[in-house]
Write a protein that binds this ligand. Structure first.
Ligand code: NAI
Ligand code: MG
Length: 424
């Protein structure tokens, strides 16, 4: 499996990587990934940028301008995770000196995606053979029959190889933020020109919430184009548009329409269409049948989490957010505040390692990325070193007594498994 700088036109100003640790375990896993990058001989300068809850509390802005400036300048970033809270809670935690001055919390991640137009989100979900968290299919049947009577059960199971790469449109659709409760009169008036609006016309404004799902042809074209290019480059047989065009006719319909146009250039690749609801069912029936999947913002969020669940979940799910001038690599998990203060840390750093590998590919350092992935595969398949999530036990200090390893022990195991000769 390889990833590479899929979006053309990104010019590296220099080899400076912006690191954004963020909150909670974000810093922990990011620091671990830097150890690994050093170990494979990745040469770069690092500059740390501020993002997250602390900066909301102290400055009223979780994404300070100085961070945007650094990203503007260096264009490539590794990001840990941030803590986000609902508006009211956020307001309560703001420095008292800043209250009442018009500061309003917003998600710095969505902020980054919008500011740099990081419209291409790539979320690979590939299983490491032998990962105890992998999706397995039983072929031996259950130990009780349909009526609950005991029956003999055979223990056979199969572990399908999942290798799916989700391309999620990252800036439009339901997450673009164009929404209202009690829409302004002009908006309501415009909506009421649609015949289907008539059943809502009598509803009081304060009882009416509208979140829009806006797709642009350009946005659809870009995500579909990048998905096909990727499938072509890395040998995937199919691109599946996962939307719902039979119901959400305009937006999903536009995505499908653009996909058909782009497909003309790729006759060797199959173009499939699935509906998001059916896809959620099929992915546990025949996950090995899918290759590249394309979806709008929300469906892409959903379907990528679902596939990630088949290959180990949050401890394994990596991602890239790529725009024309900037690329940010991050695990999909959050800041896991309940593990923030555990010493030593017990969280799984592999999702962050895999995100760092995506960055390496993006920078044409494929050999290093492959060496890290192979080392991770070796550790996972051997199964001797496992973080608590891989043992399916509760995360707590006690997990270490039960045989789980700490975050830094996992890093060391991966470092020890690196084939240094392959790097020469
Ligand atoms: P979360 O991803 O932080 O945690 C969900 C569950 O997975 C928890 O049980 C957590 O302990 C576990 N987990 C997460 N990462 C893990 C890892 N590397 N190894 C082992 N276990 C891991 O999501 P949650 O709890 O919903 O949110 C916590 C905070 O993170 C919230 O403030 C939320 O807004 C924020 N968040 C941030 C994201 C980001 O920065 N991209 C994404 C998702 C949530
Ligand atoms: Mg998600």
């Amino acid at each position: 499996m390889r990833y590479s700088s899929i979006v053309e036109g990104i010019i590296m100003a220099d080899r400076t990587i912006v690191t954004m640790p963020g909150d909670g375990i974000g810093r922990t896993v990011l620091n671990e990934s830097l150890k690994l990058l050093e170990e494979v001989g990745f040469e770069a300068e690092y500059v740390e940028a501020d993002i997250g809850w602390k900066f909301w509390q102290t400055e009223g802005n979780p994404l300070p301008d100085r961070t945007l400036d650094l990203l503007e300048k260096h264009r490539v970033a590794l990001f840990g995770a941030i803590t986000s809270k609902p508006k009211k809670e956020a307001a309560k935690e703001l420095d008292p000196a800043l209250r009442g001055k018009g500061f309003e919390y917003y998600s710095p991640i969505v902020g980054l995606r919008q500011h740099f137009d990081l419209d291409i989100c790539i979320r690979p979900c590939k299983s490491f053979p032998g990962n105890p968290l992998n999706f397995i299919r039983r072929s031996g049947g259950a130990d009780v029959d349909f009526f609950g009577e005991k029956q003999e059960k055979t223990e056979e199971f199969e572990e399908p190889e999942v290798d799916v790469v989700v391309f999620r449109q990252n800036t439009e659709g339901l997450y673009a933020g164009v929404e209202w409760t009690d829409p302004p009169t002009v908006v309501r008036g415009a909506l009421e020109t649609h015949t289907k609006m008539s059943k809502f016309n009598s509803i009081d404004g304060k009882d009416l919430a509208v979140s829009t799902r806006i797709f642009t042809r350009e946005g659809c074209r870009r995500i579909v184009t990048e998905a096909f290019k990727y499938a072509d480059k890395f040998g995937y047989d199919s691109v599946t548009i996962c939307e719902k065009p039979n119901v959400i006719r305009e937006t999903s319909g536009m995505m499908v329409e653009e996909a058909r146009k782009v497909w003309e250039k790729y006759p060797k690749i199959d173009l499939w269409n699935t509906n998001i609801d059916a896809q959620m069912m099929w992915l546990t029936k025949n996950p090995e049948d899918y290759g590249v999947i394309v979806a709008g913002n929300m469906f892409g969020d959903i379907v990528s989490d679902a596939f990630a669940g088949l290959v180990g979940g949050l401890g394994f799910a990596c991602s890239a957010n790529i725009g024309k001038d900037c690329a940010i690599f991050e695990p999909t998990h959050g800041s896991a505040p309940k593990y923030e203060d555990l010493q030593p840390s017990i969280v799984n750093p592999i999702a962050m390692f895999m995100s760092a590998c995506m960055m390496l590919d993006h920078l044409d350092e494929t050999k290093k990325a492959t060496a890290i992935r192979k080392a991770i595969a070796k550790v996972v398949t051997e199964g001797k070193i496992r973080t608590y999530d891989m043992m399916k036990i509760k995360g707590s200090e006690a997990a270490l007594d039960k045989g789980a390893v700490s975050t830094s022990r996992m890093t060391q195991a991966v470092i020890d498994a690196i084939d240094t000769e392959a790097l020469e």
